[in-house]
Write a protein that binds this ligand. Structure first.
Ligand SMILES: [Zn+2]
Length: 273
């Protein structure tokens, strides 16, 4: 290992840094050497607002907001119900528990919204012009990041004025960060076999996967997803918000930790750095 890289990793696992950070970066040992600075690492963070709403701060300092649902989100801490600063907002599908605060957050932040074509058309009708529409299988550069829209097995209608508005289809995202690592945000989905392809093609190191059951995968299927994706770390989402979302991180841990996959269980409001 190059001296520079060894020094960086040693520094990262110093006692002043959080455990999750140290767990994350030994994965670098599996990858080809590349220059990484401590500044890069300190800027990487994932904050959970509860349900499927996350803010990801990239190594390059970009702020990515996923599936904004704040005001009516029972899991979202009171202090976090205002729209956060964001450079990019990614929306997986048109259900209210993933985009009820999308227009508010887009207006407030001025962030570019990345979403399915039809969802972006709806946004434009709401006066949000800063959109980057796409569809599944495609990639685009946004804010210096490569964002790929993946398949998801789910529905995508938005209830508005008592009518269901067609929002295209549900999707997930793979984000290639500035340091070339990739993260997979599955959105709401059932388990599907092409997660294997996502793993082979994009090699995500970490996946954000729903585990709540009823409307998405349960922990058993999420464990299968981890194996197909080849990830070393998983952040469970879409659980605990309502009593019907019965899947729990403990069950996922029981299934994947013996295989060396780490479950980053966050509490709403917490940040993994
Ligand atoms: Zn949904």
């Amino acid at each position: 290992m190059p001296r520079e890289a060894r020094g960086t990793r040693d520094s990262l696992c110093g006692s002043r840094l959080p455990r999750v950070l140290c767990e994350w970066f030994p994965l670098r040992a599996l990858l080809p050497p590349r220059p990484v600075t401590i500044e890069d690492v300190q800027k990487l963070a994932i904050t959970w607002f509860g349900h499927s709403t996350f803010l990801l701060r990239t190594p390059g300092g970009k702020r990515l907001l996923f599936d904004p649902w704040l005001r009516e989100n029972p899991s979202c801490p009171e202090s976090m119900k205002k729209p956060p600063k964001a450079d990019v907002i990614l929306v997986s599908h048109g259900h209210g528990d993933h985009m009820d605060d999308l227009v508010l957050c887009a207006r407030d932040s001025g962030a570019v919204v990345v979403a399915m074509y039809e969802l972006c058309e709806w946004l434009a009708r709401k006066g949000i012009q800063n959109v980057a529409p796409m569809n599944r299988g495609g990639s685009q550069q946004v804010a210096g990041l490569t964002i790929t829209m993946t398949d998801a097995r789910h529905s995508s209608g938005y209830i508005e004025g008592g009518q269901t508005v067609y929002m295209g289809e549900a999707a997930g995202f793979v984000i290639r960060l500035e340091d070339q690592r990739t993260i997979y945000f599955a959105g709401d989905t059932a388990l599907f076999g092409d997660m294997q392809l996502i793993g082979e093609r994009y090699k995500p190191e970490i996946a954000l996967l729903p585990i709540g059951d009823r409307f998405t995968m349960d922990p058993i299927d999420a464990a299968r997803a981890c194996a197909m994706l080849g990830v070393r770390q998983v952040v469970p989402m879409h659980w605990g918000t309502f009593p019907v979302l019965t899947g729990k991180p403990d069950e996922l841990k029981r299934l994947v930790e013996p295989k060396g996959i780490q479950v980053l269980e966050l509490k709403p409001g917490e940040t993994a750095e």
